[in-house]
Ligand binder design. Structure first.
Ligand SMILES: [Ca+2]
Ligand SMILES: [Ca+2]
Ligand SMILES: [Ca+2]
Ligand SMILES: [Ca+2]
Length: 401
């Protein structure tokens, strides 16, 4: 065999080997060489509307498809009640061949009842010609009713709310429960003299300053020649701590220069991370020289110049000392909403918290106190009448089922 023939033979063997290996590596059969185009994916979007209008849920595909896509839908009560807050209809949605989306609209019901924000759950299942990627969405219903306060009874909220369980409640029918509340005593010294705000009062556990009467907790600010300025501060630290829910506190507030009642919360990790890193949620504060205005505030961020707070206020035609009102915090993951008599007046989300971690998705405890003097209200003067009382009729903490 001459060299040229040897070379030709090697080339032929090489080509044969190449052909063989290509045929072999192409797999088991012709079906696999042209993979199936996967079905389109289905998504649904959240919706929001004011009471009486329709919630419009978008059902969309990630691409157009050559066949009709259909999917069953249903709408369930979350914290909104079927038949009362919305019409709980179900059916089948169809996205026509060549189209990318359709909308299902759910009527909400316009009642006369004053309510906080409520939500429905919109769900899809049993898709044909598509694969479900997002199966459930939330529809938020915003109330449109005004406050009506009974001038004799004040405002009150329902003992139960659809979609929630009562996690714990205190109606103050049986005295002050020390399994729930502890008392902070003194003037805050030496660690936090004046309780961090140059307040003047000394907190006591005396029956002159704190007692339960006629189903109400009373915290009374006193001024007398022997004890000076005294009041009370109750906390639930280590006893009642919780994360998320609807918190209703019904209270009647004091008034006058230098009087500062507060219903508020602190993060349970305060001893590890300090204030305001732990987060502070002021459900209600009032400074007594502005007796027709309440404030809701969140504080966060590292101590010092980078600490941050944002407040909202709710004014009322009467003084808050004239009647009972209900202060509600709607607290969800990444959402805080403040209501006075179920009227929204303040909202905080992580979008507000830009300089540090968002501390409001962790457990908190409650504080009720009535301060006298301090940086914010200033000190009492000759116009301030003592004693002054904050009365709390109930606190109810509800959590979503
Ligand atoms: Ca409702
Ligand atoms: Ca209405
Ligand atoms: Ca309503
Ligand atoms: Ca009560």
């Amino acid at each position: 065999m001459d060299f040229v023939k040897f070379l030709e033979m090697k080339i032929v063997i090489f080509l044969l080997l190449l052909l063989f290996s290509c045929t072999n590596s192409s797999g088991a059969g012709p079906d696999d060489s042209v993979p199936d185009t996967p079905d389109p994916k289905l998504f649904i979007g959240d919706a929001s509307t004011s009471e009486g209008n329709r919630l419009s849920f978008e059902i969309r595909l990630d691409k157009t498809w050559e066949e009709d896509v259909s999917v069953d839908y249903e709408v369930l009560g979350g914290t909104a009640e079927p038949g009362k807050d919305f019409e709980n209809i179900a059916g089948t949605a169809v996205i026509q061949a060549g189209q990318k989306e359709t909308f299902i609209t759910i009527p909400t019901i316009d009642d006369d009842e004053n309510e906080v924000q409520e939500a429905v759950i919109f769900r899809i299942n049993n898709a044909i010609n598509a694969e479900i990627s997002i199966a459930s969405a939330v529809g938020v219903i915003i109330d449109n009713d005004d406050i009506s306060v009974d001038n004799l009874e004040g405002y009150t909220t329902s003992e139960n709310h659809y979609g929630y369980d009562l996690e714990w409640g205190e109606e103050f029918e049986n005295g002050l429960d020390l399994n729930t509340f502890s008392l902070d005593i003194g003037d805050g010294c030496p660690d936090l003299c004046g309780w961090g705000n140059n307040e003047l009062q000394s907190y006591t556990d005396s029956e002159n300053n704190v007692f339960v009467k006629d189903g109400k907790l009373v915290i009374r600010a006193q001024k007398d020649p022997i004890n000076g300025l005294t009041s009370t501060r109750l906390i639930t630290k280590g006893k009642k701590e919780f994360t998320f829910g609807r918190i209703d506190i019904r209270a009647k507030l004091p008034e006058g220069q230098g009087i500062w009642p507060a219903l508020w919360m602190l993060g349970t990790n305060i001893d590890e991370v300090g204030w305001p890193n732990c987060g502070e949620i002021d459900i209600m504060e009032l400074v007594g020289h502005e007796p027709q205005k309440v404030h809701g505030t969140a504080h966060w961020g590292p101590q010092g110049s980078n600490s941050t707070f944002i407040s909202g206020t709710q004014s009322f035609e009467q003084k808050y000392s004239e009647n009972f009102h209900v202060f509600t915090l709607l607290w969800q993951e990444d959402l805080l909403k403040w209501y006075m008599d179920e009227q929204l007046f303040h909202t905080i989300t992580p979008a507000n918290v830009t300089n540090t971690v968002y501390p409001f998705n962790d457990p908190f405890y409650l504080l009720f106190n009535l301060a006298i003097g301090g940086n914010w209200p200033g000190n009492p003067d000759d116009t301030t009448m003592f004693p002054q009382e904050m009365q709390v009729d109930y606190i109810r903490v509800f959590q979503e089922k």
